[in-house]
Ligand binder design. Structure first.
Ligand SMILES: NC(=O)c1ccc[n+]([C@@H]2O[C@H](COP(=O)([O-])OP(=O)(O)OC[C@H]3O[C@@H](n4cnc5c(N)ncnc54)[C@H](O)[C@@H]3O)[C@@H](O)[C@H]2O)c1
Length: 456
């Protein structure tokens, strides 16, 4: 492994022709980069590449995104309006839905979705569709980098054959292919530019070219030996999170039964300066990564006859959490002489995590459906999600309600699923009849709430 201190183009400089041209273009900032997929991952990358001085073409099949970018309209709230204004005003950025506009690019980075199919199998259709599109514009000297999360071997064995099919171009000689995972975690301070970037090529020159490009745009680049190492590292990171979240969720069930506050236990354990890293319980897993990516590894492991018991167990524990939370809520209502059927619950937070508007795989949808199955009437409040979008498995048909003391007091219970920072917790504490809190959001009001607070 080499760090960002490595001479950037050491490997590439030894190769003449198109590679030298690529290296020169990085250094003179005349490099033209195409980014395919202008979503959560692609758009911040566009911002970083444009800010580095490169010319950037953003390509997306979604024409509404292209039109929004042209008008400088924000469609990903957490990125802030400034990025959209900057890109709309920049003469080094253009958004397009015409794949032909990618032809002049020296490098093309792929940031398209990698979801799961109906049977939890990897769905590479977006990646392979993009490979077919790029096949039509590929030319000697071009670099293609895959950023979408996927199982080891995808870049070499799935993407590249489609990319070069029928072109006569030889990977590692005429065109260059690498993998570089995105590690962004929307809502955190760290972003595309500050999080160290792993880069692994199909061959050393491909890796070096990709590393050189990223070094111009992000603070720290870590070159690894191969695309497979970079692919597997990304999955290890996300499996690590899924497993540790499951562990603390299981701890919550045990500690709840023992009458011990799991949040205080995690806080106490986290004072150990080594060998422990705090993870926090919640109502279930959400987002486009942690509930999905581990199953890419499970699928690949099956191919080589290896079990992935940790991943499967973590999946079982985490997917059981919404049901636990709903049972806890119904028990709390029952303790107060209220039957579930006919009672009214206000859910706080439809997005899967605090401070963002992303509702993909959010357990809040599952909570709403489970409560409705039990005859509970549910509304929600989320300052980031004014209208509940239709998501993969749910269409709840709700809009966010405004928080007022009278409204809050009219519900039998408030269920906190996501602890957005911009929710009026003071108001909830004073007006709620009962709060079921899955995020420890009411810790500061615990004394005032007394019996009206249930942690779940
Ligand atoms: N969201 C995150 O925080 C995050 C973090 C790390 C990695 N990832 C990974 O990055 C990849 C992209 O995720 P995302 O969250 O940015 O998804 P996204 O849905 O926000 O964006 C993907 C974009 O690709 C576009 N697209 C789909 N097919 C296309 C095609 N054939 N050609 C051009 N554009 C196409 C879509 O219209 C969309 O705008 C996934 O593999 C994901 O697992 C996501």
């Amino acid at each position: 492994m080499t760090s960002s201190a490595t001479p950037p183009l050491a490997a590439a400089a030894a190769v003449a022709g198109p590679v030298r041209d690529f290296a020169d273009a990085v250094e003179s900032r005349t490099l033209h980069v195409g980014v395919v997929g202008l979503g959560y991952v692609g758009l911040p990358l566009v911002g970083a590449l444009e800010a580095a001085g490169f010319t950037v073409t953003g390509f997306d099949v979604d024409t509404t995104k292209v039109a929004a970018l042209e008008r400088g309209e924000n469609y990903l709230e957490h990125l802030g309006d400034e990025l959209f204004a900057t890109l709309a005003a920049s003469d080094r950025f253009a958004a397009t839905s015409d794949a032909g506009d990618l032809a002049p690019c020296d490098a093309i980075v792929i940031c398209v979705p990698t979801p799961l199919g109906a049977h939890h199998e990897p769905d590479l259709s977006y990646v392979l569709g993009t490979a077919r599109t790029l096949n039509g514009v590929l030319r000697p000297g071009q670099l293609v980098v895959l950023e979408s999360t996927t199982y080891p071997g995808t870049t070499r064995d799935e993407l590249t054959p489609v990319l070069v099919e029928g072109t006569g171009l030889v990977p590692g000689r005429d065109v260059f292919v690498a993998y570089s995972p995105e590690r962004e975690d929307p809502g955190r301070d760290a972003d595309t530019r500050t999080i160290p970037k792993l880069v692994g090529g199909l061959d050393p020159v491909s890796g070096a070219l990709a590393a050189a490009m990223y070094r111009a745009a992000v603070a720290s680049v870590v070159e690894v030996e191969s695309a497979e190492i970079a692919e597997a590292a990304k999955l290890l990171e996300n499996v690590f999170r899924a497993v540790n979240i499951a562990l603390v969720n299981e701890m919550k069930l045990v500690l709840d039964a023992l009458g011990i506050d799991v949040w205080k236990v995690v806080e106490a354990a986290a004072t150990k300066p080594f060998g422990f890293m705090p993870f926090y319980p919640g109502p279930g897993l959400g987002g486009h990564c942690i509930p999905i990516d581990p199953f890419y590894l499970t699928w690949k492991a099956r191919e080589v006859g290896q079990p992935t018991q940790f991943i499967e167990l973590a999946g079982l524990v985490n997917t059981a959490m919404p049901r636990y939370v709903v049972d806890r809520l119904i028990r709390a209502l029952n303790d107060r002489g209220r039957a579930a059927r006919g009672s009214r619950v206000l859910l706080i937070g439809l997005a899967y995590k605090a401070g963002v508007s992303d509702t993909r795989e959010s357990p809040s949808f599952e909570l709403i459906e489970l409560l409705r199955e039990r005859g509970v009437e549910v509304d929600y409040h989320d300052p980031h999600v004014p209208i509940a979008p239709r998501v993969r498995r749910h269409d709840v048909g709700l809009a966010s309600v405004e928080l007022t003391a009278d409204l809050v007091a009219s519900y039998d219970a408030v269920l906190i699923a996501t602890a957005h920072p911009d929710v009026d917790y003071e108001l909830l504490a004073s007006a709620s009849r009962l709060i079921v809190d899955t995020r420890n959001a009411m810790a500061a009001h615990a004394a005032a709430l007394g019996e009206r607070l249930v942690k779940a």
